[in-house]
Design a protein around this ligand. Structure first.
Ligand code: PEP
Ligand code: MN
Length: 358
């Protein structure tokens, strides 16, 4: 990190950046309220810190040891001078603010009628953002892969249904990008690009997605530590895109025998991530539990530990869904969850304030 003097000129900032680039590294420039900070991206052993520290306008060259410095609290504190969290704005929806945000919709889009009906019903239940898979990551090549797998035309058609359903019912939309070749196409239609758990490690895809400049929902891989989770989200930030919404969705259960749930929802990751980074984190109880009878409880728990929102799979007739039928809830159940979680969020927020004052 290069910390510039308060009165550093733009010429001096440009000079530091050109020195960084000369050594084959990239620069992340953050202009805060108080000062400008320049983050180095790349192999730092190629450049001398004492050389950078001696350049005109530089106050200090400081090492930040975490592998995810651009999204770390330490970084934002340097240029903002205070303990601020980032709010990711999607249209007029604010993720990371005082109000919890609810993203809901089917696991997979199956028809125009299905996505329009679900959109209407989740909106009525209080959802803010519409989700729906078009390129589905599936364990078996023999199962339904999403409408996107049928061909380019079918993919475009499904994407336009999602976009139009969102527009009709006043919700931004989100779908998963499963491969690098889908990035341009999907970015034409949606407001949030979703990175699924299985692609958390796909660094080239992360960079391409980030360069679209749209908010990214970034899911934790089920075998990843929190450090790996944050380190890979840094690939998005390194492209200058810090509109990252982190998402905890369960990790692989331990022990032998029946684990009773699809994954283990790692809720302690929520406050840990919030201490490490200024990015918002939301929770997906659907894929973690894999059972509809647990979604209400886990939604409440996730909100209580401070999640900024939830992403939940919803269908008007869960039994008929082609993918993840066993974890889908009805719009009515979603409405109950939203009402309860809003109350929990308020309660926890006011309690936290009290603790801070004490
Ligand atoms: C999804 O949200 O549609 C999904 C496949 O989830 P995950 O990547 O968490 O398994
Ligand atoms: Mn699913």
């Amino acid at each position: 990190m290069i910390i510039m003097e308060k009165g550093a000129t733009s010429e001096q900032i440009k000079h530091v950046v050109s020195e960084i680039k000369k050594h084959g590294l990239r620069a992340d420039i953050s202009r805060g309220e108080f000062r400008t900070i320049i983050g180095l991206i790349g192999d730092e052993s190629r450049i001398s810190f004492t050389h950078l520290a001696a350049l005109p306008g530089v106050k200090e060259a400081r090492m930040i040891e975490t592998p995810y410095k651009l999204i770390s609290r330490e970084y934002s504190e340097l240029f903002e001078g205070k303990d601020e969290s980032r709010i990711v704005e999607v249209g007029d929806i604010r993720i990371g603010g005082d109000e919890p945000v609810f993203i809901a919709g089917p696991c997979a889009i199956e028809s125009k009628a299905q996505i329009f009906r679900i959109a209407e019903e989740v909106k009525k239940a209080g959802a803010h953002i519409l989700r729906g898979g078009i390129f589905k990551p599936r364990s078996s090549v023999h199962s339904f892969q999403g409408l996107g797998a049928l061909g380019d035309e079918e993919a475009r058609e499904a994407l336009s249904w999602l976009r139009d359903a969102g527009q009709k019912f006043g919700m931004p939309v989100m779908t998963e990008v499963r491969g690098e070749s889908q990035v341009d196409l999907i970015a034409e239609y949606v407001d949030i690009l979703q990175v699924g758990a299985r692609n958390m490690y796909h660094q080239d895809m992360l960079s391409s997605i980030a360069r679209k400049g749209k908010p990214v929902l970034f899911k934790r891989h089920f075998g990843a530590s929190v450090e790996e989770f944050l380190s890979f989200s840094e690939y998005i930030a390194a492209e200058g895109n810090k509109d990252i919404i982190l998402c905890e969705r369960g990790i692989v259960p331990v022990g032998k025998g029946n684990s009773y749930t699809r994954y283990t929802l790692d809720l302690v990751a929520v406050p840990v991530v919030q201490k490490e980074t200024y990015l918002p984190i939301i929770v997906d109880p659907s894929h973690a539990a894999g059972r509809r009878d647990l979604i209400f409880d886990m939604s409440c728990a996730a909100t209580a530990v401070g999640a900024s929102g939830l992403v939940i799979e919803v269908h008007y007739n869960p039994a008929e869904a082609l993918v993840d039928a066993q974890q889908m809830i009805t719009p009515d159940e979603l409405g109950r969850i939203i009402t309860t979680c809003k109350q929990i969020k308020k309660l926890v927020a006011s309690d936290k304030k009290k603790i801070a004052v004490a």
